[in-house]
Design a protein around this ligand. Structure first.
Ligand code: 15L
Length: 264
C-alpha cells in the first residue's frame, strides 16, 4: 500500500514521521511547506489543500491517505474556509478521482464540543460543534460519508481528543490519546477488511472518558495507555489554570467558552 500523510509538519504529523515508517514502507508526506526535520530520502510533495491542481498531484498513485492537514485550532472563518472546508473537499474529491481506496480523516472532539461533560456520548449523536474549527470537522465527516456511501471510498473518521504523551490537565484526563493508540486506530482504518464508513473516538483507555468508544472496540481497538496513571500530574497542572466555568462545563473546554455569549 502506498500511503499519503498530509499535515506532515504538524504536531501529529511530526510524530507519525517517526512511527509509521516501521509499519508502512512506502509513504509520501505532504504539507504546505517541507518540514525542516524531514529525514533524508523521505518522499515529500508540497501542496496547498485549497488548490485542487496541487491536491491532485499530491494524491496521484496513492492507495491510502491519512489526512491530518488543515488548520488545527480555532481561527478566522477565511482561514478555516480555505484550509478545512475547501481543503477537505478537495482532498476527498481528488482521492475519489485518483481511485484511492481508503482515507483516514483526522476529525476532532470539537465536532461534539458543546455536549456537557456529564453526558456520555457515542458516535451516533447529532454533532454539536464548539467553534468554526469544530464546524469544519463536522463538514469533513459529512464529506467522508458521502464519498463512502456513494462512491465506495473506505473512510474512517477519528475524532481525536488530545494527542500527547501524558494528559496535560483535568479535561485531558477524559480525552487523552497516546501516539501508540493513534497508530493502532490508523492501522484499523487502513487495514480492517470491514471498514466502509466509521467514526471512532481518538482516545486512549481513559477511566474519566466522556465517550463510548465501543464502535472502535468492535473493530479490534485495544488501547494500551491510560490517562488515569497521570492523574496527580494532570490535576496539579489544572490547579495553575485560570478559572473557566463555561469551558469546564462543556466537553470542548476553552473552544466552547471562547466567544460564548448564550447567557447574555
Ligand atoms: C484539537 O482538535 C486540536 O487540534 C488540539 O490542538 C487540541 O486543542 C485538542 O483538540 C484538544 O481539545 O485538546
Amino acid at each position: 500500500m502506498k500511503l499519503l500523510v498530509t499535515g506532515a509538519a504538524g504536531g501529529i504529523g511530526t510524530r507519525l514521521r517517526q512511527m509509521l515508517p516501521s509499519i508502512y514502507k512506502d509513504i509520501r508526506w505532504s504539507d504546505i511547506r517541507k518540514p525542516d526535520d524531514l529525514v533524508a530520502g523521505a518522499e515529500f510533495v508540497a501542496a496547498d489543500l485549497a488548490d485542487m491542481a496541487q491536491v491532485e498531484k499530491m494524491v496521484a498513485g496513492i492507495d491510502g491517505i491519512v489526512h491530518l492537514g488543515g488548520f488545527s485550532i480555532e481561527g478566522p472563518w477565511e482561514t478555516i474556509l480555505q484550509a478545512n472546508i475547501i481543503g477537505c473537499y478537495n482532498l476527498f474529491e481528488a482521492a475519489y478521482r485518483a481511485n484511492v481506496k481508503r482515507v483516514i480523516f483526522a476529525t476532532s472532539n470539537h465536532a461534539v464540543g458543546m455536549y456537557p461533560r456529564d453526558q456520555k456520548i457515542g458516535v451516533n449523536v447529532t454533532v454539536r460543534p464548539d467553534s468554526r474549527y469544530g464546524i469544519s470537522k463536522c463538514f469533513g465527516e459529512a464529506v467522508g460519508a458521502m464519498y463512502a456511501d456513494k462512491h465506495g471510498l473506505r473512510v474512517t473518521c477519528l475524532r481525536i481528543g488530545n494527542f500527547a504523551d501524558t494528559p496535560i490537565d483535568q479535561r485531558r484526563l477524559s480525552i487523552f490519546l497516546h501516539p501508540e493508540d493513534l497508530v493502532q486506530l490508523i492501522r484499523i482504518g487502513l487495514e480492517h477488511p470491514e471498514i466502509k464508513y466509521e467514526i471512532f473516538y481518538g482516545a486512549s483507555d481513559n477511566a474519566a472518558a466522556w465517550w463510548d468508544n465501543s464502535n472502535a472496540h468492535k473493530f479490534g481497538y485495544r488501547p494500551k495507555h491510560k490517562a488515569e496513571n497521570f492523574r496527580a500530574e494532570a490535576m496539579a497542572a489544572q490547579a495553575k489554570l485560570p478559572p473557566d466555568p463555561v469551558g469546564d462545563y462543556f466537553q470542548g473546554g476553552s473552544f466552547s467558552s471562547a466567544e460564548y455569549d448564550a447567557d447574555k
